[in-house]
Design a protein around this ligand. Structure first.
Ligand code: GLN
Length: 542
């Protein structure tokens, strides 16, 4: 029988529920248990693939091609584990299944009702993931914040599961304690309300993770214990940390793994976090900077700038930097700037490397192409991911191969030189407006050319990376591109699809059709990011 830990958010979103879930997983794994982590997104969307990244953050692609929430990426990075589609659930998925079953008479003529049939389906899905992963402990993060309509049925499922097996189910409330500048004191009231709201859903939290900019002092811990009906040692203080990778260690300072295992009636084995601890120590020690620019367009929400849309790219930079003993300084560069004014391009010279990550549509594209040209001509290390690779090919075609007006049919369907065009099997899907989960998704193999920089980085000829695209390099242009000095250094095993391009006369100019950021882990950085930052270090030294 597996154990279940539900992680539920209080007060507001964005306080680190995902990192808490991942970190809790890490410390239980370090005690010798098989751990898996599930994410519940309360949206009606069937998956994250159709959500705008500015609104919802990055779409994280799993090995089996599911388009999921960015938290799945955190779980993978902390647990060092590939997570598959069974671990991701949305309201859309749950309802879709219930309705299909109803149509198939699986409910045998019964009235199908929101309760209990929907929570039962949620529980069925959780158990499916537990069986598939053979986990001893499943940690289930319920998206949103307690008190919303959206996640109420998921809380109901958690309550039902607990009712059936009280000893096997545990609840963690991740809450936020503000310290309003004008008051100058940490306030516990919002957390008290959150805990009470959870109570009204029939759930009593076992632990309260208290996120704040500072540590909780004793009076406040005592107060929360009394008002939220938990023991004092169940109030866990998690102040802001310089790195998310420190959070497991912060939780362990409060002996959380031991407390959780005892509550679940599981043996407390010796803890092994040695590798993780030394990685965190290394992170703290580094001093020499490496400056990386990311040219994107999914940054702005109102007056605020967020980097959530590129979270895996950012983490991959951090992993590679830590591996090389460097301190990454990352700037967000808005592609629109380069469209307004060429003068902004000169700013790019201060970077040790620049990344153009994945993207869709035509907004910002010409700005990105200008930036890529600048990086190519000034010999500044460049990593182009997916769209970043396609745009590098377009820039090269226009300015080096002299194919005037070269473009992607995604940007200009009428272009005279469609150097990037839609993949054959995508044409029909687009005609039918079948957008959901229909891209080329997930793991595919690529074969790397002998003597190429890509092969040097990976140290092997065959690699597997994750994909998410509808367009590809048009094979009719392979020759002219190669003749002019852009090497095709990675292709699919059937030779039909270009996976990697690089420039011969450049310190590091790499474009990949796949997304190397999704496989980067703190202890195992992706080789292309390591190569990219190494080249950046050389530029700086020079
Ligand atoms: N829009 C491009 C395509 O669909 C690139 C996608 C991406 O960058 N993930 O092929």
């Amino acid at each position: 029988m597996a154990k279940y830990i539900f992680v539920i958010g209080g007060v507001m979103s964005g306080v680190g529920k995902g990192i808490t879930t991942a970190s809790l997983g890490k410390i239980l794994q370090a005690r010798g248990y098989g751990v898996t982590a599930l994410k519940i997104d309360p949206y009606i969307n069937v998956d994250a693939g159709t959500m705008n990244p500015t609104e919802h953050g990055e779409v994280f692609v799993t090995v089996d091609g599911d388009e999921t929430d960015q938290d799945i990426g955190n779980y993978e990075r902390f647990l060092n584990q590939d997570i598959t589609r069974v671990n991701y659930m949305t309201t859309g998925r749950v309802y879709q299944e219930v309705i299909t079953r109803e149509r198939n008479l699986v409910y045998g003529g019964k009235c199908v009702e929101v309760v209990p049939h929907v929570p039962e389906e949620i529980i069925r899905r959780i158990n499916l993931a537990v069986r598939k992963t053979k986990a001893d402990i499943a940690i289930i993060e319920i998206g949103g914040t307690v008190g919303e309509y959206q996640n109420i049925l998921f809380l109901e499922a958690a309550r039902m599961l607990h009712f059936r097996a009280p000893k096997d189910v545990l609840f963690v409330l991740v809450s936020y304690l503000p310290i309003p500048a004008i008051i100058g004191e940490m306030k516990t009231k919002p957390t008290q309300y959150a805990s009470r709201t959870l109570n009204s859903a029939g759930i009593q939290p076992d632990f309260i993770i208290c996120r704040s900019s500072q540590s909780l002092d004793k009076p406040r811990k005592d107060k929360l214990a009394v008002f939220c009906n938990v023991t004092k040692d169940a109030v866990i203080s998690v102040p802001d940390a310089p790195s998310i990778y420190e959070v497991p260690l912060i939780l362990e300072k409060e002996h959380l793994s031991k407390k959780v295992l005892e509550r679940l009636d599981l043996k407390v084995h010796k803890r092994n976090l040695v590798q993780w601890e030394s990685m965190v120590r290394r992170l703290k020690k580094v001093s020499q900077e490496v400056r990386i620019g990311i040219v994107g367009k999914y940054f702005h929400t109102g007056d605020f700038v967020l980097a959530d849309a590129y979270i895996s790219v950012i983490e991959a930079v951090k992993h590679a930097a830590a591996h090389l003993g460097k301190k990454p300084v990352i700037d967000w560069l808005d592609a629109a700037l380069y469209e307004q004014e060429d003068a902004y391009l000169a700013d790019l010279a201060k970077y040790d490397g620049v990344i153009v990550p994945g993207g869709f549509g035509s907004r910002g594209v010409e700005g990105k192409i200008k930036a890529i040209r600048y990086l190519r001509e000034r010999q500044i290390p460049y990593l182009g991911i997916c769209y970043g690779m396609q745009l590098a090919v377009i820039e090269f075609a226009r300015n080096v191969c002299k194919l005037d007006g070269a473009s992607s049919t995604e940007i200009n369907p009428e272009t005279e030189h469609p150097v990037i065009h839609i993949m054959d099997d995508q044409v029909e899907k687009m005609k039918q407006k079948s957008y959901g989960a229909t891209m080329r998704l997930g793991n595919y193999e690529a074969v790397l050319t002998k003597g190429s920089k890509a092969r040097l980085c990976y140290g092997k000829s065959h690699i597997v990376e994750r994909h998410r695209h509808r367009y590809e390099l048009n094979n009719a242009y392979r020759d002219i591109i190669e003749r002019n000095g852009m090497r095709i250094s990675g292709i699919s095993p059937d030779k039909r699809l270009v996976e990697v391009v690089e420039l011969l006369d450049h310190p590091y100019f790499m474009g990949t059709q796949f997304h190397p950021e999704f496989t980067s882990r703190p202890l195992y950085p992706n080789p292309l990011f390591v190569g990219f930052l190494k080249a950046g270090g050389k530029k700086r030294d020079a």
